[in-house]
Design a protein around this ligand. Structure first.
Ligand SMILES: [Zn+2]
Ligand SMILES: [Zn+2]
Length: 189
């Protein structure tokens, strides 16, 4: 008899969100991120990588990395028990029509990416602050994973699902989903 292992894994509640480090991402507390995302999405979270730097996605004219190419690459990676794949890289990402983007996600879907580049105070001529940097990455990780679970942008400015145009928006957001988004997340699982 043929057995679909994915379904067995799902029934046993063993599905994971994988955090995939793309190239070396320095100064980010991956252990804390793993723990926090576990608490928010109520799924096991596992950090893997680093894999190679995404040189293939570099755009020589824009001197930035093409988010679509990086996301496609992350979507190719799959483990038997991977419910979601969150790629994290420290390169500056762009998408058509935007000067830069903080991240991109399949919505709904299985994979997403977050760039730490614009979230790092040093890249906007500010002093490094590890707590601030970490919080920004956590908020954007929740945002992109939220899209994977089918959540849309939220009008609540303090909800991580609010669309950040800039760092001021990101810094205003909280680190927990609003009640409405939390309910939608529960329904989507
Ligand atoms: Zn979004
Ligand atoms: Zn919300």
């Amino acid at each position: 008899m043929l057995v679909n292992n994915c379904h067995i894994v799902k029934l046993l509640g063993m599905n994971y969100i994988y955090i995939l480090e793309i190239g070396d991402v320095n100064d980010l507390d991956f252990d804390k991120l793993t723990e926090d995302l576990d608490g928010i999405f109520d799924l096991k979270v596992k950090k893997v990588g680093p894999i190679e730097k995404p040189d293939f996605a570099f755009d020589k004219i824009r001197k930035q990395y093409d988010a679509k190419k990086v996301l496609n690459d992350v979507c190719q990676i799959s483990f038997l028990n991977s419910e979601k794949m969150l790629g994290i890289l420290d390169r500056d990402l762009f998408a058509e029509g935007y000067n830069f983007i903080f991240g991109q996600a399949e919505s709904p879907g299985r994979c997403c990416i977050v760039s730490t580049f614009r979230l790092d105070p040093r890249n906007v001529n500010k002093k490094f602050n590890s707590d601030l940097f970490y919080e920004r990455v956590l908020k954007e990780a929740i945002h992109e994973l939220g899209h994977n679970f089918g959540l849309s942008h939220c009008p609540g400015k303090s909800c991580p699902m609010y669309f950040s145009n800039n760092l001021t928006d990101t810094d205003f957001k909280g680190m927990r989903l609003c009640v409405k988004c939390e309910k939608l997340l529960e329904m989507s699982k």
